[in-house]
Design a protein around this ligand. Structure first.
Ligand SMILES: Cc1cc2nc3c(=O)[nH]c(=O)nc-3n(C[C@H](O)[C@H](O)[C@H](O)COP(=O)(O)OP(=O)(O)OC[C@H]3O[C@@H](n4cnc5c(N)ncnc54)[C@H](O)[C@@H]3O)c2cc1C
Length: 511
C-alpha cells in the first residue's frame, strides 16, 4: 500500500462533504475524500441539472437504483452519484429536524444529540437570509437558506397558502423555528436558480487546502479489515483495483450504500453475509435493518384552462407542517403543493402531496450479491404498521380537502388521482395507500447509532463502529430513525457534528 492518509472519507455527499471541510480545517491532518461519481470543481462548467434547483436531477448523476415501497411494486429510487451526493440533485428543501426528534434520539442512549447540543451545529451550517439574526439561526454558514416572498410565489402556491388559512391552519413564516407549526414559505437552500449543494457550500471554499484531496470517479468496493481494525479501503478507478490506507476510515456513502459497503466487508447480519459467500468479519445484526423513511401519496389535479403549469418554475415553494388528530408526535404530517405533475407536454396537472413524517414501521436493505457493482435490495414495507396507515389516511383526506376549498379549488378542473369515479371511503383510501405510497427519498437509520446495550445499534453516538476499530460511519444511515423533516439538513448535521469532533477531539477517534 502506498496511498496513506490520516482520514479517508467514503462518499462526498451531504455528510461527507461537511466532514471533509470541517476535518481539513486542521492543516496538519491529511484528508482524502473519495467519490464514485464525477467532480465539477468549476461552477461555470457544472452541468445544468446540478445547477438547476427548480427541479430534481433524476438520471444523469444517479445510481439507477430501484426499491419496493410496498410489497410487489418496484420503482426508481434516485440517489446522487456526484461530488455533492444527493444534496447536488435534490429539491433544496432545507428543513431542520424537530427538537422532539432529538429528545427521542438522546433518550435512546445518544445524549450528545439532544437539541441543545446540536443547535450550535445547525447555526454553524446555515446562512439564513431571512431570520439569521435570531438566536436559534445562523447568518454566516456555508449553506445559504431563503424563503420565497409572496411576490415570487407561483399562483398555485399563493392559492395553497390562502386555502390553508381558510381551512384553519396557522401561518408559519419560519418553518425552522423550533416550535413552528402551520403553513408558509418553504425554507430552501438555493440562491436564485442555483442549488447550494454541499459541493458548492462546503467543498468549493475547502478544496484549495493542500491537506484535502478529492478523488472522484472512484468506487469503494469494500473496507479493508485486519484483526478487528479497519485499515483503509479497496477502490476501483477506471477498472483498476487498488488499496488506500487510513488511520481512520469514515464511511459516508449514504443510507443505502453505507450498509451495503459494510455488508460487503463482512460486517452485518451473519445469515445475510453467508448467503452471499462473504466471510463474517463481525456479526452486526443491525446493518441494513431499521430502514426508516417518509411514505407519501399525492392528489393529482387537472387544472382549468388559463391556469399556467410551467415545468421550468420551482417545483415547490410552500409547506404545511401539522399534527394528526390525537397524535402525540408534533408535526407528524406534511402537505406540500407541487407546482407541476405528469410529463412536460402532457395535460396540465399539479399535485398536493400528503407525507407521513413520523413513521413507526421499518423496512430493510439487503445485498443482491457480493459484487460491488450490484445494487442492493431496498424493501421499505410502507404502511404495514396501522399507525402509519391511519395517519397517512388522515393526511390524504386533508390534502383532498385542499382541492375542494377556496382559491386552490378554483384552479382545479378535476382530480385525476384518487380516481373520483371510485369509492373514496376510508377502506378504499387505505387500500390505495397500501398499494401506492412512495418514498419522499429520505432513507435513514440503516446503520443506527446507539449504545452497545442496543443489539441493533451499529455505531455509538460519535459514529464509532461497535464492531471494528478505526471505522466511523457518518451520514443519514446513523440517525436512529427518520426525523420529522426532509433529511438533507439532518445529514449535514451529522457531518457538522462528527467533522467538528474529528477536528477538536481527535484522540477519541485514535488520531
Ligand atoms: C431526488 C432527491 C430529492 C431530494 N430532495 C430533498 C430535499 O429537497 N430536501 C431534503 O432535505 N432532502 C432531500 N433529499 C434527501 C437528501 O438529499 C438526503 O437525505 C441527503 O443528501 C443524504 O445525505 P448523505 O450524506 O447521507 O448521502 P448522500 O448525499 O447520498 O451521499 C452519499 C455519497 O456517497 C457516494 N457513494 C456511495 N457509494 C459509494 C461507493 N461505493 N464509493 C464511492 N462513493 C460512494 C455517493 O455517490 C454520494 O455522493 C432528496 C434526495 C433525492 C435523491
Amino acid at each position: 500500500m502506498s496511498d496513506t492518509w490520516d482520514i479517508v472519507i467514503v462518499g462526498a455527499g451531504s455528510a461527507g462533504s461537511a466532514i471533509a471541510a470541517r476535518a481539513s480545517e486542521d492543516p496538519n491532518r491529511t484528508v482524502l475524500l473519495i467519490e464514485a461519481g464525477p467532480d465539477y470543481p468549476d461552477l461555470a462548467a457544472t452541468p445544468f441539472d446540478l445547477v438547476n434547483s427548480h427541479n430534481n436531477s433524476y438520471t444523469v448523476h444517479d445510481w439507477g437504483f430501484e426499491y419496493q415501497p410496498t410489497r410487489g411494486r418496484s420503482v426508481n429510487f434516485p440517489r446522487g452519484r456526484v461530488v455533492g451526493g444527493s444534496s447536488a440533485v435534490n429539491t433544496t428543501i432545507a428543513l431542520r429536524s424537530l427538537p422532539e426528534d432529538h429528545a427521542e434520539w438522546a433518550d435512546a442512549g445518544n445524549p450528545d444529540w439532544a437539541w441543545e447540543k446540536v443547535l450550535p451545529a445547525y447555526r454553524r451550517m446555515e446562512r439564513d437570509l431571512d431570520f439569521g439574526h435570531l438566536p436559534y439561526h445562523g447568518d454566516a454558514g456555508p449553506i445559504t437558506i431563503r424563503r420565497y416572498p409572496q411576490s415570487e410565489l407561483e399562483p398555485q402556491h399563493q392559492a395553497f397558502l390562502e386555502t390553508a388559512r381558510l381551512l384553519g391552519y396557522p401561518d408559519c413564516p419560519d418553518a425552522n423555528a423550533p416550535d413552528s407549526v402551520g403553513s408558509g414559505p418553504q425554507p430552501m437552500n438555493k440562491l436564485g436558480r442555483l442549488r447550494v449543494s454541499c459541493a458548492v457550500g462546503y467543498l468549493a471554499p475547502a478544496r484549495i487546502r493542500p491537506n484535502l484531496t478529492i478523488r472522484a470517479d472512484t468506487l469503494v468496493r469494500r473496507l479493508v479489515c485486519e484483526n478487528g481494525t479497519c485499515t483503509g479501503v479497496e477502490v476501483e478507478t477506471a477498472g483498476v483495483v487498488s488499496r488506500i490506507r487510513a488511520k481512520l476510515t469514515v464511511l459516508a456513502a449514504g443510507a443505502i450504500q453505507s450498509p451495503a459497503i459494510l455488508m460487503r466487508s463482512g460486517i452485518g447480519p451473519p445469515d445475510e453475509l453467508e448467503r452471499h459467500g462473504i466471510d463474517v468479519t463481525a456479526s452486526a445484526p443491525g446493518v441494513g435493518r431499521n430502514l426508516s423513511d417518509h411514505p407519501a401519496i399525492s392528489v393529482v389535479c387537472a387544472v382549468k384552462d388559463g391556469a399556467i403549469i410551467d415545468f421550468d418554475a420551482p417545483i415547490i415553494q410552500t409547506i404545511l407542517r401539522y399534527t394528526a388528530a390525537g397524535s402525540e408526535k408534533r408535526n407528524d404530517l406534511q402537505i406540500e403543493q407541487i407546482s407541476f405533475a405528469g410529463r412536460r407536454g402532457g395535460p396540465p396537472l399539479f399535485s398536493v402531496a400528503a407525507v407521513l413524517e413520523y413513521q413507526y414501521g421499518r423496512g430493510e436493505l439487503r445485498l443482491a450479491s457480493a459484487d460491488p457493482h450490484a445494487a442492493p435490495v431496498i424493501d421499505n414495507r410502507f404502511c404495514e404498521d396501522d399507525r402509519d396507515t391511519e395517519r397517512l389516511l388522515s393526511c390524504l383526506k386533508d390534502a383532498m380537502a385542499f382541492t375542494r376549498t377556496g382559491p386552490l379549488a378554483d384552479m382545479i378542473e378535476a382530480v385525476t388521482f384518487p380516481d373520483p369515479a371510485r369509492p373514496d371511503d376510508d377502506v378504499a383510501l387505505k387500500g390505495l395507500i397500501r398499494r401506492f405510497a412512495g418514498s419522499g427519498y429520505h432513507p435513514s437509520a440503516t446503520v443506527k447509532m446507539g449504545p452497545m446495550t442496543d443489539p441493533m445499534a451499529v455505531v455509538d453516538q460519535r459514529g464509532c463502529c461497535h464492531f471494528q476499530e478505526g471505522l466511523v460511519v457518518a451520514d443519514a444511515s446513523i440517525l436512529p430513525f427518520v426525523p420529522r423533516a426532509n433529511t438533507n439538513l439532518s445529514a449535514i448535521l451529522v457531518g457538522e457534528m462528527i467533522g467538528e469532533w474529528l477536528r477538536t477531539e481527535p484522540g477519541r477517534y485514535g488520531l
